[in-house]
Design a protein around this ligand. Sequence first.
Ligand SMILES: [Ca+2]
Ligand SMILES: [Ca+2]
Ligand SMILES: [Ca+2]
Length: 468
Amino acid sequence: MRTRSLAGAAASALAISLLAGSPALAHDAWAAGEGQESARDQSDRHQGNRGDDDRYHGKQKDRDRQQGIRVTTTADTVDAGPGDGRCADVHEECSLRAAVQEANASGGGTIELSKGTYLLTLRNGDAAGEDDSATGDLDIRAEITIKGNGGTVDAQGIDRGFDVLVGGWLSVRDLTVTGGVAAGTGLPASGGGLRNAGTLEVQRSAITGNSAVRAGGGIEASDGSTTTVSWSRLSGNSTGDGPGNGGGLHLTGAGTVDVERSAVTGNTAASEGGGLWNSGLGTMTVDRSIVVGNTASGAEATMGGGGLFQEAGESGTLVVTRSAIKDNVADGASGSGGGILNDQGTLLVDRSLISGNSATRAGGGIEANVGTTTLERSLLTGNSTGDSPGNGGGLHLTGAGTVDIDRSRVTSNTAAAEGGGLWNSATGTMTVTRTAVRGNSAPVGPNVFQDGPGSGLTVDGETVPATP
Ligand SMILES: [Ca+2]
Ligand SMILES: [Ca+2]
Ligand SMILES: [Ca+2]
């Protein structure tokens, strides 16, 4: 049937193309993306030289701009004279750090790496949070493209990898960012791999093995930022417990995050959103991607969201299309929403597969609370709850929210207590149309459960009676 073919195709094709190799991703796997031209490329082309010629004084600088600043050493050294038109440390070598400093000082540029590992070794002294790229993280203050060419930047735990400041613009391509750590407390302890307060494009790259105490183990998108992740992998990133949201990626405040044709796998969050966490003011889209094997461990009933988390906030919007949300876990004491938790925002799931996810308390596949949750042409299958108490194996609605499910399948989900497939609250409104709800299991209400005395659950127009 249609739902099976669409959702199944999304899952299997992506699993094959994204999980098999590595930049972690074998470069060949990204051949299809080689011909893609970024928005910035197009913008550059359309705007010609954009007046930059006037600011250039040396021929070397023109060459750097046109051909890219070619990094010549993997050592971590500072530029001897930022803004002098040359990327050169005291040994006349061009390091990645020197290239960033030079580009920052001269209005931006393109930096070319080689296949190899660039270790960050220059620690922040007393100036933790240094923002001029002289120590610790590499701070992006201009419009900079880094062509990784299969290379790796390893921050070795001395700081995060990259820090895109307000007004900064960074595109990374064919690059692995690993070993980044955002330590300390509060907002600065965010974005282990990269922090973005400006514009960030991650293409054909891997953000892996980074951590942050507060939020955004892989990437922190700050208030007012724009972030795009495409043909890339966010994997094995983690947060600490302060509070610990968004193991792979976290958005604070208002902003836009687009994740497309990417894999979000094996990330962990101490509290909410093992894979991705969207703010109550943010807009996040996940398209043609897989979110697999992520874990969120928050103990409260409004915590969890092993794969994805939508924070409370009326303008928060999370849209999942043509994607697979699989085998994610909310394992806190009352953790909810193994696949997705929509606390009080707007969630749309279209042509996607939600399978094999689990939660301790409720909503093995999806937990909804207040707000609006919509499933269209999707499969909700093989999800489960633990026994605390264990309601809504496929989907659980806790509060006075709205859930609409159309042209979908809800099958083979299990709950330890009530509502193996779907569980509706006494104050919730759940409308199910053109959807097969069968083959689910639970001690009470194996397929559907309406919490008494409510009457808000209808299946193809028929009201499901409340269980006293
Ligand atoms: Ca210089
Ligand atoms: Ca910094
Ligand atoms: Ca720095």
